[in-house]
Design a protein around this ligand. Structure first.
Ligand code: ADP
Length: 387
């Protein structure tokens, strides 16, 4: 113990030994060969951890980075032993040298143990060619998916488009029947015609909503869209609607996004019109729209003072054709929120809501500042930016 205490007390004391130059017989050539080689090894050993640290800083998320740090410390300490070996030709700091060697020994053993421990993990890591294979497999799967999606969309589009024409004929003939033969129609026949006309009108709205739904995300060509203009347009349309003459719509400053105009407009149109539609009797409907910059995305909130939604329906309302109210209470097709969710999902954002029954509802929407749809990812050349 005494020796240990003395060792540390006289750590930097170099009086017990002669400098290495005077220890044995050195020729200049032999001594300087030793010194220059040790200094070169030290410099190289210093450079390796620096390169490793730079690598870890630049390449964030490197797996098993703990081993890299240990390895860096090990090499740094090895370098230090060589520096001391060279320095001892003038400054015989044998105690410091022993201490550094002891630390090096400790870190070397820790590095070996870490390497053994991480060996299995490292074997499990995928090589870049394995990643490439997986990436091309995924891209193929995505291309297949977007193709079958396109076919489905095409089908929905054609089906709804083709349904419009016979529907127009039905409406026209009902109106002809009413105009031409009104004198021969009794009140019961007139009621039947009115019911049929109303049903045809509902079907027209449903087909149009389905058409909008099937069109979402079909356009890959994005342009800069100033949401201030889009929302001003939505506000004008809503205020012009005879059902919303008393509406108060308050829109805050909006950002500009590179996206598809109709897709984005539909989101706000549906959310704002719902906020006005699901009003509380006797309460002036008020909708407030705000946008906040959240770094990599924008967060939009659309708040209303309407009837509210029970917590148990927070997820269900986003499903297509899911309505919480009968047709007679509030008109609608149950497609609006599904369309919003489809746009937001395609754009890589999120949509959710918070609500209190009898107080009001707030819908939240996030949209990334840089929108990349799965269609973009399915195109190999857009994955890697051109250098
Ligand atoms: P639609 O309004 O055509 O019925 P949506 O998909 O837009 O279809 O909405 C689905 C259902 O969610 C609505 O039927 C309604 O019950 C409920 N809902 C949507 N928005 C609101 C809101 N702001 N306040 C209260 N209920 C809402």
């Amino acid at each position: 113990m005494e020796q240990v205490i003395e060792f540390f007390q006289r750590l930097a004391d170099v009086n017990d030994w002669p400098p290495r130059w005077y220890c044995g017989r050195w020729t200049d050539f032999h001594g300087w060969l030793y010194i220059v080689s040790d200094l070169t090894i030290w410099l190289a050993y210093m450079a390796i951890p620096l390169i490793l640290i730079r690598f870890l800083i630049v390449k964030k998320g490197v797996p098993l980075s703990g081993v890299f740090w240990l390895f860096g410390a090990f090499i740094l300490l090895c370098g230090l032993t060589h520096l001391l070996d060279a320095v001892m030709f003038w400054w015989p700091a044998y105690r410091i040298s022993a201490l550094v060697r002891f630390l090096t020994a400790g870190v070397s053993v820790a590095t070996v143990l870490a390497l053994i421990r991480y060996f299995n993990d490292a074997i499990g890591l995928r090589t870049s060619s394995e990643y490439d294979r997986e990436l091309s497999f995924r891209q193929q799967a995505m291309q297949e998916l977007s193709r079958s999606n396109e076919e489905l969309q095409q089908f929905a589009y054609i089906a709804s488009h083709d349904l419009q024409s016979p529907l127009k004929t039905i409406v026209n003939y009902l109106s002809l029947l009413e105009n031409k033969h009104s004198d021969k129609l009794d009140t019961d026949a007139q009621r039947l015609i009115d019911v049929s006309t109303a049903a045809a009108e509902r079907m027209r709205v449903l087909i149009n909503d389905l058409l909008d739904f099937s069109r979402v995300g079909t356009q890959l060509e994005f342009v800069q869209i100033d949401l201030n203009t889009v929302l001003a347009e939505v506000q004008e349309e809503q205020e012009a609607d005879s059902r919303n003459t008393d509406a108060q719509i308050d829109i805050g400053p909006m950002p500009t996004l590179l996206a598809h105009r109709t897709d984005l407009k539909q989101v706000f149109q549906n959310l704002i019109s719902n906020g006005l539609k699901y009003r509380r009797p006797g309460v002036t409907p008020r909708v407030t729209v705000r946008a906040t910059d959240e770094g990599s995305e924008y967060l939009f909130s659309i708040n209303d003072n309407g009837i509210g939604i029970d917590k148990q329906y927070f997820e269900r309302v986003f499903q297509i054709f899911q309505r919480l109210h009968g047709r007679n209470e509030y008109a609608g097709t149950g497609i609006g929120l599904a369309t919003c969710k489809k746009v937001v999902d395609i754009y890589g954002g999120k949509i959710w809501l918070d609500s209190t029954v009898g107080v009001g509802t707030t819908f939240f929407v996030t949209i990334p500042k840089v929108i990349k749809t799965s269609k973009h990812y399915a195109q190999t050349h857009t994955l890697y930016p051109a250098r």
